[in-house]
Design a binder for this molecule. Structure first.
Ligand code: PMV
Length: 327
């Protein structure tokens, strides 16, 4: 049996996915748009083994247990059914997404797993099919199949809910500064949070209508290399997503005082003419959409209010790569 390794990079949603119409197939309520990041990725190696009596799954060389294990075996069952290959499997993943970076590793993890597992099972999947498969592990993983800017069309079933590249090569100055507010695992995971907002926010339908209507403007901003339009829209979309959580019954939020302090600092920087915009996912960490030439000025302003803040720079990254190994 062949062994395959896949490398997939994380992505940051500029227009977010926050809620599903189908929790089993993972069909989202909105179309989302993301930027794949070069600095953060997962390498996953997969091979089937008739000697095994259960799946062997490791993450960063540690055997995975509990919910994480269940998620991966359930995902592998999809691959096994599809390939009519019923052996157990070795899945060895190395995450180059520091948990402390505040970026979701599930996107790169399930994209890499989809790539390596389907290849090891003898399925030769086109990128769109790989995206559909990755979606079943984690919605945002559907976008990590592609480099640069990617769009996940919400669709209405397994076939139509799929991501595609908008522009794979990003040859204009855009970067993401990731600021570490808190590196502890979150209390409410994205799966729970988004379903809570969907079920309990009185404005949920407004979010769906508004977010879907933002898609053409985001596409135009990307086509025009317009950082101001892109950032303005991404920040608005992120705040609209977080507003759903705050008005849910009972209300909840991922954002902390420090998150808000950063958002205020970003606004003050913009008032001085620097194009910098905040976006936040299912956690308190804030990511700043900006241009490399402004990094120093942004850091100086941030350090004035948060002297200890840790910052990493992320730039546009490539789509999934699959390599065959020898066994
Ligand atoms: O793919 P999941 O289940 O980890 O959900 C991702 C949710 C957000 O990161 C908040 C938004 C997004 O589109 O990535």
């Amino acid at each position: 049996m062949s062994q395959y390794t896949a490398r997939a990079h994380t992505n940051i949603a500029l227009l977010k996915y926050w809620g599903k119409t189908d929790t089993n197939l993972i069909i989202p309520t909105t179309t989302s748009i993301s930027l794949t990041l070069n600095e953060f990725y997962t390498d996953t190696t997969v091979w089937f083994d008739e000697q095994l009596t259960a799946d062997d799954i490791t993450l960063n060389n540690v055997s995975l247990q509990g919910r994480g294990y269940e998620k991966v075996t359930r995902f592998m069952d999809l691959v096994r059914d599809r390939a009519n290959q019923h052996q157990f499997v070795h899945v060895h993943s190395i995450n180059h997404v520091p948990t402390a970076a505040g970026l979701a590793s599930s996107a790169s993890a399930f994209a890499a797993l989809a790539g390596a597992a389907s290849a090891a099972a003898g399925l030769s999947l086109e990128p769109a099919d790989l995206s559909r498969l990755a979606r079943r592990g984690s919605g945002s993983a559907s976008r990590s199949i592609f480099g640069g800017f990617a769009q996940w069309d919400r669709g209405h079933d397994d076939q139509t809910s799929v991501a595609h590249a908008l522009t794979e090569t990003v040859d204009w100055p855009i970067q993401l500064l990731t600021l570490i507010v808190n590196d502890q695992p979150k209390k409410i995971d994205s799966r729970g949070g988004m379903q809570n907002a969907r079920a309990n926010s009185p404005f949920y339908q407004q979010w769906v209508d508004m977010a879907n209507a933002q898609v053409p403007a985001m596409q135009a901003a990307i086509n025009n290399h317009d950082l101001v339009a892109l950032g303005t829209l991404a920040e608005a979309n992120a705040l609209q997503m977080h507003a759903q959580n705050m008005v849910a019954n009972p209300p909840f939020t991922y954002l902390t005082d420090v998150s808000w302090l950063i958002i205020e600092t970003v606004k003050a920087l913009r008032a001085t003419g620097i194009p910098v915009y905040a976006t936040m996912d299912a956690g308190p960490n804030v990511k700043l959409i900006s241009q490399p030439a402004d990094t120093e000025k942004i850091m100086v302003a941030l350090r004035k209010v948060l002297p200890e803040i840790q910052v990493t720079v992320a730039t546009p990254g490539p789509g999934i790569q699959i390599v065959q190994g020898d066994r």
